[in-house]
Design a protein around this ligand. Structure first.
Ligand code: G3H
Ligand code: ZN
Length: 292
């Protein structure tokens, strides 16, 4: 049974006060959820599970909610569910209605005024549902452009990496009323073979100061350790990792099948993938929660 657990909003506030960041990790299957949860419980830190629109279809909308809520209530553990990168009001609304704790309206590619309009609509809906249900649903939105797709890219895609302007961010937050902002501060979604740029920690600081709400760093895969720590000490309160987990899963499954080609028991084939994901997530969580 759940006993007086803090809300995700309160955990984020607490992370900011401690100068650490909450890890946000995407899933598209149960093995990934198990690997992430094992790592989080090992360090005893709160964790956010994300499902993008595609991941949500694969897992199932209600199934995703049931999985995370079951663990949270069974273990009284701070594990939360986020609708990651949802592109329309309708898909945000579906996630809110299904019971998600947080949503991201991803309209950063739209012209500014259109981004404001759809983000505002999502915030108004989240507030109304929160009021009627006693939940505290968080809404995050993006400004600037950090590319799309948690995949492997040869180089930084054309047009990605449009940095967020602090003054525009201030206006955006005021006009939309969002709870969390995903700024573009140097990171790009995915693993980039030619390497990622450094995080612009000064810009993180300026944006955090201008907007007055917590900031979320997207595109965490492949960033250098010092970029994470600089970003967190400059004002990032949550970090998203996806591609590294996907790669760990794929490599572990390939190796497992190569090593035991006659094995047909899914649990045996997939256990190495759960372990590999746990290792990736544990390493990231140690970094986000220094001095672990
Ligand atoms: O929302 C998900 C992320 O921002 C993941 O980015 O694939 O670079 O880890 P990543
Ligand atoms: Zn992202």
């Amino acid at each position: 049974m759940q006993t007086n657990m803090k809300t995700l909003r309160e955990y984020i506030k607490e992370a900011e006060e401690k100068g650490v960041a909450i890890g946000h990790f995407n899933i598209s299957n149960l093995e990934t959820l198990h690997g992430i949860y094992s790592a989080a419980t090992k360090l005893n830190v709160p964790v956010v599970i994300g499902v993008s629109e595609g991941e949500e279809v694969f897992v199932g909308l209600e199934e995703a909610v049931a999985l995370v809520q079951t663990i949270r209530e069974r273990d009284n553990y701070p594990i939360f569910l986020n609708a990651d990168h949802h592109a329309s009001f309708e898909s945000v609304k579906n996630s809110i209605d299904a019971g998600f704790d947080a949503v991201i309206i991803d309209a950063a590619k739209l012209p500014y005024e259109e981004n404001v309009a759809v983000t505002k609509q999502c915030v108004e809906y989240a507030r109304e549902v929160s009021k009627n249900t006693g939940r505290d649903i968080l809404v995050e939105a993006e400004l600037g452009y950090i590319g799309s797709g948690s995949n492997i890219k040869d180089s930084i895609p054309e047009g990605a990496g449009i940095l967020t302007n602090p003054d525009e961010a201030k206006r955006f937050v005021k006009e939309t009323g969002i709870d969390l902002l995903a700024p573009s501060v140097g990171s790009i979604h995915g693993l980039i073979k030619s390497g990622k740029l450094h995080i612009n920690a000064e810009l993180v600081k300026e944006i955090r100061q201008a907007v007055g709400i917590p900031l979320v760093l997207h595109g965490g895969s492949g960033l250098r350790d010092e970029d994470f720590t600089n970003a967190i000490s400059s004002g990032i309160a949550m970090v998203h990792i996806n591609s590294e987990i996907r790669l760990a899963f794929k490599e572990a499954v390939e190796k497992s099948i190569d090593t035991n080609p006659t094995e047909i028991t899914p649990a045996k084939i997939l256990q190495p993938a759960v372990d590999a994901i746990e290792q990736v997530v544990e390493a990231r969580l140690r970094l986000f929660n220094k001095p672990f």
